[in-house]
Design a protein around this ligand. Structure first.
Ligand code: 1HN
Length: 377
């Protein structure tokens, strides 16, 4: 894991830690604060607190995420994912996942304030038993083949680079019918769900759910720019639950041959729900971008926090925050995170062919709430 945070160490004055004044509005006379302590004390007994001591922190002038930029090299984390298989079975763990913890948010299972990320491994013959929950999940396949996920009665086989959706409250189980391990990146929105205290979870009565639709049914119904004329969809989640890499890569390749490149994003496409044209998932915005060999993006920042994983190629990302700047060198399967309002520039190596990056962020929520902002610098 790579990170270069500078945590400001408060200077000790007369042996006492200086009080945290970071939340005060600038107009407050700090010297007069001591005289108000009795008032604060008495108000506190009524569960009342003065706004002027916290307003700056409650309503920052610009986003001030606790999450810091961070990179995990796959070569460094893979051994731990493999070792987890010797430590616990899928049966005992329910889901065998090693969670990416943002160094700025330790112990909270957060890669950013709003996003979860982890690497799940499933071995040949194993089953991750069926359950369902309000949180939505995405799977981005990292390595392996011959594993499937079943969602609401339909199975899909998963291949590296595929983007697979488990919509909110759908029964899902996974199985590996091949002869090697499969590893995927799990992205979930439970921190957003929990913010609203809106989480429910149920275990399926039985290890796996019955499959009652043929494999490929969802793709036939909604994955070819055609929708059955007599069908209504009741949710905001895309009915396509596997967006295969084969198709995504082909689209990017074709597009890169004729379309003017975007200076801030390279050739970047968003995964869409064909029913409403919006993001494929209601909470998580997912994209795939191609950076031609040697291409460097212009600096960009936005209010969504974004998790990237490298699908192909090599390169680097320069990430600037108010506490400093760092450069992450990346290659296939590495995972890095860009917190809200950090400025990022991606560069594809001049030697290693085109680079392809998958990413997910909380933009799908921010768009709906009219909160999303971006700056193309
Ligand atoms: C979950 O249900 C899965 O279904 C993966 O594969 C990761 C992380 C937190 C909570 C539920 C899965 C998860 C999860």
């Amino acid at each position: 894991m790579r990170t270069a945070t500078t945590v400001p160490v408060p200077e000790a004055s007369a042996g006492l830690p200086s009080p945290d004044t970071s939340g005060y509005v600038e107009t407050v006379n700090l010297a007069a604060e001591a005289a108000r302590s009795g008032f604060y004390e008495r108000a506190g007994q009524q569960h009342l607190a003065p706004l002027w001591r916290v307003l700056g922190g409650l309503v920052p002038e610009v986003p001030k995420p606790r999450a810091v930029p961070a990179l995990w090299r796959y070569a460094e984390v893979r051994p731990f994912v493999m070792e987890s298989c010797t430590q616990i079975s899928t049966e005992e763990a329910e889901r065998r996942v090693m969670v990416f913890e943002n160094p700025g948010l330790p112990g909270q299972s957060r890669i950013t304030q709003s996003l979860f990320a982890g690497l799940q491994i499933i071995l040949p013959g194993e089953i991750a038993p069926a359950h369902r929950h309000t949180a939505s999940a995405l799977r981005f396949i990292i390595e392996g083949r011959d594993a499937f996920t079943a969602v609401d009665g339909e199975k899909t086989m998963m291949l590296p680079g595929d983007f697979v959706i488990t919509p909110s409250m759908t029964w899902h189980d996974h199985g590996n019918v091949g002869d090697g391990p499969m590893v995927w990146l799990d992205g979930l929105d439970m921190h957003i769900v929990n913010f609203f205290n809106a989480s429910f979870r149920e275990v399926y009565p039985g290890e796996v759910q019955p499959v009652h639709r043929p494999e490929g049914a969802a793709m036939a119904e909604s994955g070819s720019n055609l929708l059955p004329i007599d069908q209504q969809w009741g949710t905001l989640t895309s009915p396509i639950f596997n967006y295969p890499y084969l198709r995504t890569r082909e689209a990017l390749d074709q597009m890169s041959r004729f379309r003017a490149i975007n200076a801030w994003h390279g050739h970047k496409m968003r995964y869409v729900n064909p029913v409403n044209g919006s993001w494929a998932m209601p909470t998580l915005a997912t994209c795939m971008q191609l950076l031609p060999q040697g291409f460097q993006t212009r600096p960009y920042r936005s209010t969504d926090s974004t998790v990237f994983t490298v699908v192909e190629g090599q390169g680097s990302s320069r990430i600037s925050t108010p506490v400093g700047e760092q450069v992450f060198e990346w290659g296939p399967h590495d995972i890095f995170v860009v917190p809200s309002w950090a400025t990022v520039t991606h560069s594809a190596s001049a030697q290693a062919g085109d680079a392809v990056l998958f990413s997910y962020s909380d933009r799908a929520v921010q768009d709906k709430l009219d909160l999303f902002r971006e700056e193309q610098l």
